[in-house]
Design a protein around this ligand. Structure first.
Ligand code: ADP
Ligand code: TRP
Length: 326
């Protein structure tokens, strides 16, 4: 175990709703860029989604949508192992072996659990132990590199703590992974200026309809400065979203319009819609093609599962031997 030196990238996303700009810039794009630099693993975290999605039909439909979204956004199944978490059941057994070395205090400190309970999600054992399942996802394939948005950083740190503790106690089984968080997109703001999130109903979807996407762009919250007033781009949500798509020249041009005045938020919002709509145009086309070919999507996921399983099996066997099960 722990022998290879090549980068091994892994990230996952829960099929708990429609994917949005925060997901795209915070996790999907960084992960897709990294697929060029090493072995990449991306998966649909449907075991995790069970902590919040209780309708089986919705879970199934969301999982299928996430698969289409990733493939449409440029996931190359030849380079990247793409799979459903539940097709690699080895991670659930590994979760148990990791649980044995996970101190309660480590999980009690996790913000995500407290935030979710505060939002009214049932405080189940699964929700509480969710970071251990996430650690198993990461450690099962011996990942070195985990691209995520800032809200997931603590979970990767928990993973490191668990892996270090296991290795000390039972011998070197796991590689110790690093989170990769891009500062400029660590927190993409939503329509209300809070973190964009499926659970805050403040998102702009990657594959929303034209009408809805335009309407959402027009709803981004701004201050109340009038058309003629000079404006500060660095505190404006519309600008924060625009700059994710803009070239340097386009960004500088909008910055100078803001500072000069005579440029209204309504104009900036229209520009935001235009740039965003054009950016995702090729992805929408690709998604339409993929929708016609469900057999292809399923075959990608099946092939990914068998590749991920082979890796997870090796790690699980080493962990079982290390603790004395074999
Ligand atoms: P949501 O908050 O919408 O439920 P998830 O928790 O499923 O999103 O996040 C999936 C991935 O997308 C994670 O890596 C997360 O860090 C990233 N992500 C989600 N929202 C944002 C955001 N607003 N800015 C940056 N990254 C984000
Ligand atoms: N917990 C992550 C989220 O809500 C999803 C996830 C599950 C994940 N397992 C992972 C992300 C492993 C990175 C690595 O966004």
């Amino acid at each position: 175990m722990k022998t290879e030196t090549k980068l091994r990238i892994l990230s996952g996303i829960q099929p708990s709703g429609k994917l949005h700009l925060g997901n795209y810039f915070g996790m999907m794009r960084p992960a897709l860029e990294l697929q060029e630099q090493g072995d990449a693993y991306l998966f649909i975290a449907n075991y995790h989604a069970l902590t919040t999605v209780s309708d089986p039909a919705i879970l199934r439909a969301n999982s299928h949508d996430v698969a289409l979204d990733f493939l449409a956004c440029g996931l190359d199944p030849k380079r990247t192992v793409f799979f459903r978490q539940s097709d690699v059941p080895e991670v659930t057994e590994l979760t148990w072996l990791l649980s044995v070395v996970t101190p309660m205090g480590l999980l009690e400190r996790c913000h995500s659990y407290k935030d979710k309970v505060a939002k009214g999600i049932a405080a189940s054992h699964a929700l509480f132990s969710y970071p251990v399942l996430m650690a198993a996802d990461i450690l099962a394939v011996q990942s070195t590199t985990v691209p995520v948005g800032r809200d997931q950083k603590q979970h990767v740190e928990v993973t490191r703590d668990i892996a270090i503790k296991f290795n000390l106690q039972f011998g070197e089984v796991f590689r110790i992974p690093e989170p990769v968080i891009r500062d400029e997109v660590a927190v993409v703001p939503g329509l209300d200026g809070q973190k964009m999130s499926k659970s805050y109903s403040n998102t702009i979807e990657i594959f929303g309809s034209e009408k809805e996407t335009r309407a959402r762009c027009m709803r981004v919250v701004t201050d109340s400065k009038g058309l003629q007033d000079p404006k500060d781009p660095s505190t404006c949500n519309v600008f924060a979203l625009y700059r994710l798509f803009a070239s340097d020249v386009e960004r500088q041009e909008m910055e100078s319009r803001y500072r000069t005045g005579g440029y209204g938020y309504g104009d900036a919002k229209k520009k935001l819609f235009e740039i965003l709509w054009a950016y995702f145009e090729p992805f929408r086309r690709r998604r339409k093609e993929l929708e016609q070919d469900p057999g292809y999507v399923e075959s990608v996921l099946r092939d990914g599962a068998s590749r991920a399983r082979a890796e997870a099996r090796k790690t699980l066997d080493a962990a079982r031997r290390a603790v004395g099960l074999e």
